[in-house]
Write a protein that binds this ligand. Structure first.
Ligand code: NAD
Ligand code: UDP
Ligand code: UDP
Length: 320
């Protein structure tokens, strides 16, 4: 029998790809989104598919549907968006988790949480392993996201201990690819959009801070593999690409791949910006037999092609 799968945040960057992959596998997909950062356009090619249903709903409110699996992705992910209405960000993570866990409890559905490397804050352990508790400022401008996601993890593990829910917690490290929001302020989308338009490339700080970039297809594969694991596997499991780059190296690579005339300029580093980030993926390799296949250069090339079409479409629209 087809599985009925709920994806919250399904009209976002990662959610829309997950909808596609799960439909391809023959499942019924219910995509729930309040369109805060996602758009109907991200899933418009799926509308009309006999096994796809789209629902506008805010996960801060209860949801009564019948499902077998829940992927809980609803939450703005880029600092600009999650800091725009920080109270709503915490509500989405915490009330959203409570409602989706309540739904999982009533329907006996398996439930996966899209958690984040931000639970490690500005890490003092490098690379980050799942048993590291993190170094998070509880009252800073990133806290609505970091602490919201940490509290959601706590709720997942308490529902598991208290109500024997079947939970899966995935800690996602920086992921990029086509269908990222062009103006969401994340580093890959910013640099590629700036380079394609020959605008200045804005490095925050001196560009020595590091990140590890995972291509979205690798991430989606790991997410589906985790959902399929034995009930004993709860996570948390790190998923990301362990190749680490400085932000300056990323800027230079984007300039090289686009052949751009952009100049690099330096701006202030935002408060609490983590200085380093790199996943230890030994547990993902052991439990999911997974490792990332797409390296940065190849993934960036695909992302650049996507943003070229976005810019062309914008030019066309403005002409009409
Ligand atoms: P995104 O902003 O494109 O997607 C989030 C989706 O959630 C959007 O469609 C948005 O409209 C929806 N949403 C937000 N608040 C909602 C609410 N209250 N009710 C219903 N829908 C709501 O971001 P993304 O990159 O696709 O991230 C998806 C998930 O993965 C998020 O939970 C994010 O925290 C997590 N994650 C992403 C990354 C990354 O690098 N992309 C890294 C770590 C964690
Ligand atoms: N909930 C939901 N859908 C359901 C079942 C529960 O949205 O199908 C919400 C419900 O509003 C509740 C929350 O999930 O506030 C937590 O549910 P739980 O059963 O854990 O707690 P309780 O109902 O006892 O508050
Ligand atoms: N960053 C940058 N220029 C930009 C956007 C981001 O130098 O135009 C930096 C940012 O300060 C951070 C890194 O790139 O050090 C990654 O930022 P992003 O917002 O993509 O993700 P996160 O900080 O959540 O990992």
């Amino acid at each position: 029998m087809n599985k009925r799968i709920l994806i919250t945040g399904g009209a976002g960057f990662l959610g829309s790809h997950l909808c596609e992959r799960l439909l391809e596998r023959g499942n019924e997909v219910l995509c729930v989104d309040n369109y805060f950062t996602g758009t109907r356009r991200n899933v418009e090619h799926l509308i009309g598919h006999p096994r796809f249903e789209l629902m506008r709903h805010d996960v801060c409110f209860p949801l009564y549907v019948e499902v077998d699996e829940i992927y809980n992705l609803a939450c703005p992910a880029s600092p600009i968006h999650y800091q725009h209405d920080p109270v709503q960000t915490t509500k989405t993570s915490v009330h959203g988790a409570i409602n989706m866990l309540g739904l999982a409890k009533r329907t006996n559905a398996k439930i996966l949480q899209a958690s984040t490397s931000e639970v490690y804050g500005d890490p003092e352990v490098h690379p980050q392993t799942e048993d590291y508790w993190g170094n998070v400022n509880p009252i800073g401008i990133r806290s609505c996201y970091d602490e919201g996601k940490r509290c959601a993890e706590t709720l997942f593990f308490d529902y598991w201990r208290q109500h024997q829910l079947r939970i899966k917690v995935l800690r996602i490290f920086n992921t990029y690819g086509p269908r990222m929001h062009p103006n969401d302020g994340r580093v890959v989308s910013n640099f590629v959009m700036q380079a394609l338009q020959n605008d200045n490339i804005t490095i925050y700080g001196d560009g020595t801070q590091t990140r590890s970039f995972c291509y979205r297809d690798d991430l989606i594969e790991a997410m589906i593999l985790l959902m399929q694991t034995d009930d004993k596997v709860t996570g948390p499991i790190n998923v990301g690409n362990p190749n680490e780059f400085t932000i300056k190296e990323l800027a230079e690579l984007v300039i090289e791949l686009t052949g751009s005339k952009s100049k690099i300029i330096y701006k202030d580093l935002p408060q609490d910006d983590p200085t380093q980030r790199k996943p230890d993926i030994s547990i993902a390799t052991r439990d999911l037999s997974w490792s990332p296949k797409v390296q940065l250069k190849e993934g960036l090339q695909k992302t650049i092609e996507y943003f070229e079409t976005v810019i062309k479409a914008e030019v066309q629209e403005n002409k009409i």
